[in-house]
Design a protein around this ligand. Structure first.
Ligand SMILES: [Fe+2]
Length: 249
């Protein structure tokens, strides 16, 4: 198991570099290129979070564990100083099937088992969302909401997230939103959420090596607009607290 306490640089809680399982890296070489670019952008640990989304990306936890091992073997992650440290989790689409996997230990929480990455559909929040997130918290799994700035209910009113925060969910910014990668509404929502202090951490959500250009620009924008200290918290201490289950806010 990786000791996150020893990681000095940024920790990326969301990326798609495992080869051939979703809309991220197609080959191990693509995965390697992404990891090199993320390391150059300052990330010393990059968690792979391939999609688990029935009907679109039919990945099970065992299948993702095998695919991760194959990619790691092929690119020599862990042994190559040009690459960051790595671990495996998943981006869990929060439908009935994936929710029941999360409740029966058939999902892929972050290493250490204290938190889990979830994503929602963009148009509307699902029924019973707050209750289901609370169910995860009661199992000792803190929900980490992927890219809250992309959800339309948040564009209407950022306080749409308050009931989710109330039950213990935390918010993960995709930094590329700050340079307009997902459009004006997502950018404005990201800025408003940063102003209001909603985020616990920031990530790349990189799907290919080229995406890391916008990630690096997003980090720069975060530093310039919201200060070095806030940027550093969101990219180092914030994600570390999530992984270690020690969130202090
Ligand atoms: Fe993602």
């Amino acid at each position: 198991m990786v000791g996150f306490a020893s990681v000095r640089g940024f920790i990326d809680l969301h990326s798609h570099w495992v080869a051939g399982v979703d809309d991220g890296a197609r080959t191990a070489e693509d995965g390697r290129a992404m990891l090199r670019a993320l390391k150059a952008a300052g990330f010393d640990h990059v968690v792979a979070t391939p999609h688990m989304r029935p009907g679109m990306f039919d990945n099970t936890a065992p299948a993702l564990r095998s695919a991760f091992a194959r990619t790691v073997d092929a690119i020599g992650a862990g042994a190559d100083p040009e690459l960051p440290g790595v671990s495996l989790s998943s981006e869990h689409f929060f439908d009935d099937v994936v929710f029941s996997r999360l409740m029966s230990d058939e999902a892929l929480p972050y290493q250490g088992g204290k938190a889990v990455l979830v994503e929602l559909g963009y148009r509307a929040f699902p029924a019973r969302l707050q209750h289901r997130l609370h169910d995860l918290v009661r199992r000792g799994l803190r929900p980490v909401l992927a890219h809250p700035e992309r959800y339309e209910p948040v564009w209407e009113d950022i306080e749409a997230l308050d009931p989710l925060l109330d039950v213990g969910a935390v918010m993960l910014l995709d930094v590329a939103a700050l340079v307009g990668k997902y459009g004006r509404s997502a950018r404005k929502a990201a800025e408003a959420l940063l102003e209001a202090g909603y985020y616990q951490a920031a990530c790349s959500d990189a799907h290919k090596a080229k995406d890391v250009d916008e990630v690096a620009k997003g980090i720069e924008a975060l530093q310039k607009r919201f200060g070095e200290e806030e940027a550093s918290f969101l990219l180092t201490e914030g994600p570390r607290q999530i992984l270690e289950g020690k969130i202090t806010g």
